[in-house]
Design a protein around this ligand. Structure first.
Ligand code: GLC
Length: 728
């Protein structure tokens, strides 16, 4: 059903505006917006700045709401849209939003897992499928991609992002915006994306969600802002302002980030929605005494829409009447929102197509993509004596652990409209791979709690089997929002179960299912094979079985450092050198008495069933002008008998600068496939413009000086060379 929006169309036509082609230029759109804006009352304007999470038909009829979230399904959306479009005075269509974070009905790997593919094109494809399914259900705006850099795995929302590195995070931000928004927002399968949570939400003190963020502006600009800038450069239509206090001014009232940086520096023309009731929370933060003051602070800072707060609806008209807020400020926020509604084509096509919804959700090709994404997201952390892949001729396999037969946990922390019954569990995947008669299951224990009464059965089963696969980790609810943890080991008695099965002496493989880096030093030391599978979505079981039995050769690599202990957190590869770099031999250095300072598994690390050798690092020059570039290349050879993928990484280090710089910075990566014996010369271009940093005056500068460069398999090894950045 693709009905025109009669009332709004009539309104506009009566104002002498003739509808331009769908490819309307900004000027055309701005003219339409101006014509509509001129007809709106203060209440209708405040309505456009208001979003609710439950249907409010009367407000829609009165034109006093502009958007709904969590109203999904073509029929429900169309019913509410019909009220707004055909019964309100001006007929302005609503925009329906939903958290389509890693899939709508076909659920893909959680973003932290998908980032381990180091394949932004894949992320673009999964986002595009998510948009295709969501739009079939009437959703035209997703609250994704979450682009928060996270270096503290106590923070549960690390699961929703791309990890600790701004360069990699920027690449996935661009890809996901492209995937969600498509070639044009006018496409019926496009949703407008929302880069969140602006800004620096992942730097919450102590890893406690919603907690204070107090970081230098240099760190803000060099670490936390780049993925947002990348999203803006990719054309993202909206951003979401975060809950957290940011250097003393809450992110949802922070004019520096929301207007000076986002609009004045970056030229962003879309709109900003607050996070859930974040404007009202300005009173809790203590920077507003009344709802009216909260409304004034947020609008002045640059928040255009109030999510579920009623603060704008109930206060802005009066604030304008009292002269405390110029109507022009209100108009500018309305203008930004209407521009997006026009860009989406909502005035011409406000309704969803129920028939498309029936055919689009969980389409077979979507499942196939989910399986490919899951396979590429798996990280092989250990594989002593090449225990993996297992032979399909194995007679009996003990599958042990509380996550082995779980489905709902594999949907992750933002399951969208995913159904547990859609998920292929680990157990089902293994049975499908080698036959149910070979697979024997014992749960052993729960995810949490101290009940070890199931250990005996699990141990007995392992003793009677050829090999034991132990599936441990977190429930879906143990990561994501409001899910911070102070203990990062395996929850409950899971590690005790692992030790009990290990004591049988049988070959043992640990399969992890989790939403954050975990501290697993005992397993890392004693278990011969460890597979990090995160939460992989609807095709999890098949992808893991493919990998365990060699139909898939794992090629994923970590995008967050795994700590040995929570005491090391925050831990990340791009740390500063300090004046006393850590040394395990010299006491008076930046080290610990009771632990190595190094991560258990470093950023960029991941094994394969193949082996790769790096040789012949070359630079096109040993000097680079400050307006120039050099080429960096190395030969990568697959020295094994099995085809496999290798993620080749390019790092640099500025050795001397006007401010301190990280000991390594990722500046490039390529995931390549190599046949046995094949060598590929992998080439990168390093441009001087990408080698800058923020100086003491917070100006981005490209400074002459000595640099190191690595072409590497991860952040702790690789081929090293040097070059000099010189003045023009
Ligand atoms: C939540 C989250 C945000 C989400 C929004 C709507 O509180 O912080 O990521 O998009 O509310 O569900």
């Amino acid at each position: 059903m693709r009905a025109f929006c009669n009332l709004a169309l009539a309104t506009l036509l009566s104002s002498g505006l003739v509808f331009a082609s769908p490819a309307a230029t900004d000027t055309d759109t701005d003219r339409k917006v101006a014509a509509l804006l001129a007809k709106m009352t203060l209440e209708e304007k405040a309505g456009q700045l208001t979003q609710y999470a439950s249907p409010k038909e009367q407000l829609a009829r009165e034109g006093r709401v502009g958007s709904f979230l969590n109203v999904v399904g073509a029929d429900k959306v169309n019913a509410l849209q019909k009220v707004a479009v055909e019964q309100s005075r001006l007929g302005v269509p609503l925009i329906f939003a939903y958290d389509v974070i890693h899939g709508y009905r076909t659920i893909f790997p959680i973003p932290l897992a998908e980032a381990c593919s180091w394949d932004p094109d894949l992320a673009e494809q999964t986002a595009a499928v998510a948009a295709k399914e969501a739009t079939a259900a009437g959703i035209r705006w997703t609250f994704a991609p979450m682009v928060d850099i996270a270096r503290d795995s106590r923070w549960g929302r690390i699961a929703e992002g791309s990890g600790e590195d701004p360069f990699l995070g920027a690449a996935f931000a661009r890809a996901r915006v492209r995937g969600f928004q498509g070639a044009s927002l006018k496409e019926p399968t496009s949703v407008v994306a929302c880069a969140k949570h602006y800004a620096a939400y992942g730097a919450a003190e102590a890893g406690r969600d919603y907690n204070t963020v107090d970081i230098s502006v240099k760190t803000l600009r060099e670490v936390y802002l780049p993925p947002f800038k990348a999203a803006v450069d990719a054309g993202v239509g909206t951003l979401m302002s975060a809950f957290n206090d940011l250097n003393g001014t809450p992110a949802s009232a922070n004019r520096f980030t929301l207007t000076e940086v986002l609009r004045n520096e970056w030229g962003f023309r879309g709109f900003v929605v607050s996070d859930w009731r974040a404007i009202a929370e300005l009173m809790v933060h203590g920077i507003a005494a009344t709802p009216a003051q909260a409304a004034e602070r947020a609008l002045h800072a640059g928040v255009d829409m109030d999510m579920e707060g009623s603060i704008y609806l109930q206060n802005l008209p009066q604030l304008v009447r009292e002269g405390k807020i110029p109507e022009s400020a209100l108009d500018e926020a309305v203008r930004r929102i209407l521009r997006i509604k026009f860009a989406l084509g909502l005035f011409e096509h406000p309704y969803a197509d129920p028939d498309r919804e029936k055919s689009a959700l969980l389409a077979n090709e979507h499942r196939q993509l989910a399986r490919e994404a899951a396979r590429k997201s798996i990280v092989l952390l250990k594989n002593d004596q090449n225990l993996l892949p297992l032979s399909k001729a194995v007679n009996s396999v003990a599958v042990i652990g509380p996550l082995a037969d779980s489905r709902s946990d594999l949907l992750g922390c933002w399951p969208g409209q995913g159904h547990a019954e859609d998920v292929v569990s680990m157990l089902e995947g293994l049975k499908g791979k080698i036959g149910p008669e070979k697979i024997h299951f014992a749960k052993g224990c729960n995810i949490q709690g101290n009940d070890d009464s199931g250990f005996a059965d699990a141990v007995k089963l392992a003793q009677e089997s050829d090999v034991a696969i132990v599936v441990l980790g977190e429930s879906a609810g143990m990561s994501g929002e409001a899910a911070s943890r102070v203990f990062l080991g395996l929850p409950g008695v899971q590690e005790d179960l692992l030790k009990a099965v290990h004591a049988t002496g049988k070959p043992i493989i640990l399969v992890l299912m989790n939403g954050r880096p975990l501290t697993i030093p005992w397993a890392a030391q004693h278990v011969p094979a460890i597979l990090e599978t995160w939460q992989l979505g609807v095709e999890a079981g098949n992808a893991i079985a493919d990998t365990l039995f060699g139909d898939c050769n794992p090629g994923g690599k970590l995008t967050t450092s795994f700590p040995r202990s929570v005491g090391q957190v925050p831990i990340y590869y791009g740390h500063k050198n300090t004046g006393r770099p850590p040394s395990d031999t010299d006491k008076y250095t930046s080290r610990y008495l009771d632990s190595s300072h190094t991560p258990l598994f470093p950023f960029g690390f991941g094994l394969s069933y193949s082996q790769f050798e790096y040789r012949n690092l070359k630079l096109s020059a040993d000097k680079m002008r400050c307006d120039g570039s050099i080429k960096v290349s190395a030969d990568v050879t697959n020295v094994s008998l099995r085809e496999g993928d290798e993620i080749v990484q390019l790092y640099i280090r500025g050795l001397v600068a006007s401010t301190t710089r990280p000991v390594k910075e990722l500046k490039g990566f390529q995931r390549i496939s190599l046949r046995p014996g094949q060598t590929r010369t992998v080439e990168f271009t390093l441009a001087a413009q990408d080698l800058g940093c923020y100086d003491e005056n917070l100006k981005y500068v490209v400074e002459p000086g000595p640099f190191k460069v690595w072409v590497a398999p991860n952040s702790v090894s690789g081929l090293e060379a040097g070059f000099e950045l010189v003045d023009k």
